[in-house]
Design a protein around this ligand. Structure first.
Ligand code: GDP
Length: 445
């Protein structure tokens, strides 16, 4: 999968990483080529545009550590951005198949690979999750499709609902539900009828079946080779029947791959699995990291940059730990810590990570120690001069007044901050003596 996109990106980044220094123009030129490659892979235009913009923004602000080149850094940024586009807010959840019998509705156009995928998934749940699975075909228009599912069920060793001629899809769905409950099945797959195109009759039928079946999952099967069409089909099915995820088939071919990259951004729905061939085992869970790796094919560079970033953070943590252990903890350090706290999801999240501070976190929360407070404190520190930050002992009453006014806050709030700084400095010193400091700081980074 992704061969042509991968080749294109490969040659762009090969050139980029071989250069020692990079000008902004170099990066822009390279990203222009990336954009063309994405569009040729049939990634939707807004997605490609947004992708390039985000990479450009990040590349401009990126801190490059000594041991890596700017080109390598750009590769890593592109890699991370690919993952973000592929998985949205995060990886997809596992299939909801608790509470037996859990119905899974399989929907999609004819020829998309729906029946094959149904059987592949059934086999997977049987083999890996030890589930008892029942398959039922609702394709009353095509007796051959019903037969096909029964044959596949036999091949993979799961049961299929006996075919009764003349029943409607809704009737079959009802019978399948009863059978699944009576027979003690864990999972029931309902393989709905496909059409060549989306039409009202098809959608009405799928909706009726959905209302009867009350599925835990509604998986749309789409042909990955069809690029943006696959994404359009997904958007339409989602609007009409609501889908919980997508299976992209035929990703074993040298598809243009655009569907995978646009799917999440355009439809908001996760890709759950990819089909990689006709065989019953040719199905993988969709993992953005692995797919991004395949698209970019620069795993070595990504690993190198990650290592360099880790080393950089470790060195920084070590430097900080040394300072803190010596009792050197000034307002700049505190500001760094406060910013870090916001990044980490506030006081609760942070304190939870430091050993023995659960209680303090609770007290802090009760005292109204939240993000807003952190931001106010940062504003206070920003309002101090360089000298004052380095040595808070300088802060006499007049200076305090100026600082508080500068941040638009009360002096009492500044006093609270100073008290807190003192406590933290002492705590840091103690922790520094006992060791474990470096680790605590690493966790905060
Ligand atoms: P349906 O009409 O949507 O139920 O489609 P089928 O399940 O009958 O599949 C149509 C054809 O596509 C069959 O020949 C399948 O073997 C093939 N097929 C399904 N999934 C894949 C896949 O991931 N890769 C490849 N290469 N072929 C697939």
């Amino acid at each position: 999968m992704f061969e042509s996109l991968s080749d294109r990106l490969g040659s762009v980044f090969d050139r980029l990483t071989k250069q020692g220094a990079l000008s902004e123009a170099d990066v822009i030129a390279a990203l222009r080529e990336v954009r063309v490659a994405l569009l040729e892979a049939d990634v939707s235009l807004p997605v490609a545009r947004d992708f390039i913009k985000r990479v450009q923004d990040k590349a401009t602000g990126a801190a490059v550590t000594k041991s890596i080149t700017p080109g390598q850094m750009v590769v890593k940024i592109v890699h991370d951005e690919l993952i973000r586009v592929l998985e949205g807010d995060g990886p997809a959840d596992a299939l909801k198949i608790d509470n037996p019998p859990a119905a899974i509705l399989m929907v999609g156009l004819q020829g998309s690979g729906k029946t094959t995928t149904t059987a592949k998934l059934a086999k997977r749940l049987k083999d890996r999750n030890n589930k008892r699975v029942l398959l039922a075909s609702l394709d009353t228009n095509r007796p051959a499709a019903m037969e096909q599912l029964a044959i596949l069920a036999g091949q993979i060793g799961v049961d299929s609902l006996p075919i009764v001629k003349g029943e409607s899809a809704v009737q079959i769905a009802r019978r399948a539900k009863t059978q699944a409950a009576m027979g003690g099945y864990d999972v029931l797959f309902l393989d709905t009828a496909g059409r060549l195109h989306i039409d009202e009759v098809l959608m009405d039928e799928v909706q009726a079946v959905r209302d009867i079946a009350q599925p835990r999952e509604t998986l749309l099967v789409v042909d990955g080779l069809t690029g943006q069409d696959a994404v359009n089909v997904a958007a339409e099915f989602d609007g009409k029947v609501g889908i919980s995820g997508v299976v992209l088939t035929r990703m074993d071919g040298d598809g243009r791959g655009g569907a995978a990259l646009s799917m999440r951004a355009v439809t908001g729905k996760p890709i759950r699995f990819v089909g990689l061939g006709e065989k019953m085992d040719a199905l993988e869970t969709f993992e953005a990291g692995r797919v991004a790796g395949r698209i970019l094919g620069m795993g070595d560079i990504v690993a190198l940059v990650e290592k360099a970033q880790e080393t950089f953070e470790a060195e920084q943590a070590e430097r900080m730990a040394k300072r803190f252990a010596k009792g050197l903890f000034n307002m700049n350090d505190l500001k760094g810590q406060l910013e870090q706290m916001i990044k980490m999801g506030g006081m609760q999240g942070l304190m939870g990570m430091l050993p023995g501070m659960g209680k303090m976190a609770k007290q802090a929360e009760e005292a109204g120690f939240d993000d807003k407070m952190l931001r106010r404190q940062i504003a206070l520190i920003n309002s101090m001069t360089k000298k004052e930050r380095a040595n808070p002992d300088l802060l006499a009453a007049s200076r305090k007044k100026r600082i508080a006014a500068g941040a638009g806050l009360e002096v009492s709030e500044l006093n609270r901050l100073l008290k807190q700084h003192k406590q933290m400095a002492e705590m840091m010193k103690k922790m520094g003596k006992g060791g474990g400091m470096k680790q605590a700081i690493r966790q905060m980074m």
